[in-house]
Design a protein around this ligand. Structure first.
Ligand code: GLP
Length: 263
């Protein structure tokens, strides 16, 4: 695992956007794994800017989103389908039929999950996956004690996660209890994973994920087992890391060839 600590949210977003841009330039038919939430918003803005100002071409790109609320349609402003439409899909030249998100309105959850796994198998593997992190260490919507071998399935949200996401709903009764999420094993199939986090409220989750034991209690800790996982965070999110200075030292002293490889 590589830990990259940058000054602030803007720099962190720039770093991640630059990596995605490089991936798309290098592999125009790349399969991207995408996340929602407040954290990646700026990153999406930057990708849209690359498209408008530099003609970054998404025509052959495929996209798989991590998760969706059960019971919300793509027209609901708090759904992740709506979020993706607003923040990326409507602003770049991605083909609609190459953007995949679990269907929150499905009548057959088990089939929807199986079909989603089959689609990832058909088009995948995901070349580059971006993740956020919940305050309880969740990735996607894999809440604590999710099986580390899990595949796409239904999950029940914790009250803390529901409250953290309450700001996107007009009342707390509207926040769904259930979601469909890619499983932890599904996420780990990606060739490369970048986890982003910003702000003090994520510091404890980041410390546990990076330096704590590998445990289903902190789903993000599973990234410790991935061969190409990067944790790209701002200084506040890094504030509880014991080995913070060492990660910065490693980053500053990267050999030139390795620097180029990253960007
Ligand atoms: C939700 C999403 C996660 C996201 C998390 C953190 O739970 N399912 O994918 O990482 O929120 O969101 P934020 O970036 O808003 O803190």
């Amino acid at each position: 695992m590589e830990v990259i600590i940058l000054k602030d949210y803007e720099q962190m977003s720039q770093k991640v956007a630059a990596r995605f841009k490089k991936m798309i330039l290098h592999k125009p038919e790349a399969v991207l794994g995408l996340a929602t939430g407040g954290t990646p918003r700026r990153f999406y803005e930057m990708l849209c800017d690359f498209h408008v100002k530099e003609n970054l071409d998404f025509a052959k790109v495929k996209v798989f989103n991590l998760d969706e609320y059960l019971g919300l349609s793509a027209e609901h402003p708090a759904s992740y389908a709506y979020y993706m439409q607003e923040n990326l899909f409507s602003q770049v030249n991605l083909h609609k039929d190459q953007c995949f998100i679990p269907n929150g309105m499905t009548n057959d959850v088990a089939k929807e999950c199986q079909d989603y796994e089959a689609l990832i198998k058909e088009h995948g593997p995901v070349d580059l996956q971006v993740l956020g992190i919940g305050r309880d260490g969740h990735i996607g919507f894999n809440e604590p004690v999710s099986s580390l071998s899990s595949r796409t399935r239904i999950k029940t949200l914790t009250e803390q996660t529901r409250q953290d996401n309450a700001k996107y709903f007009s009342s707390s009764e509207q926040i769904p209890l259930h979601v469909i999420t890619m499983g932890i094993a599904t996420i780990l199939q990606a060739q490369e994973i970048i986890l982003m986090a910003s702000g003090q409220e994520k510091a404890q989750a980041i410390a546990k994920a990076v330096e704590g034991p590998l445990t289903a209690m902190v789903p993000a800790s599973v990234l410790q087992t991935h061969q190409r996982a990067k944790v790209i965070i701002d200084e506040s999110a890094a504030s509880q890391l014991t080995n913070k200075d060492y990660y910065q030292w490693v980053y500053e002293n990267k050999p030139n060839w390795q620097k180029k490889e990253f960007l």
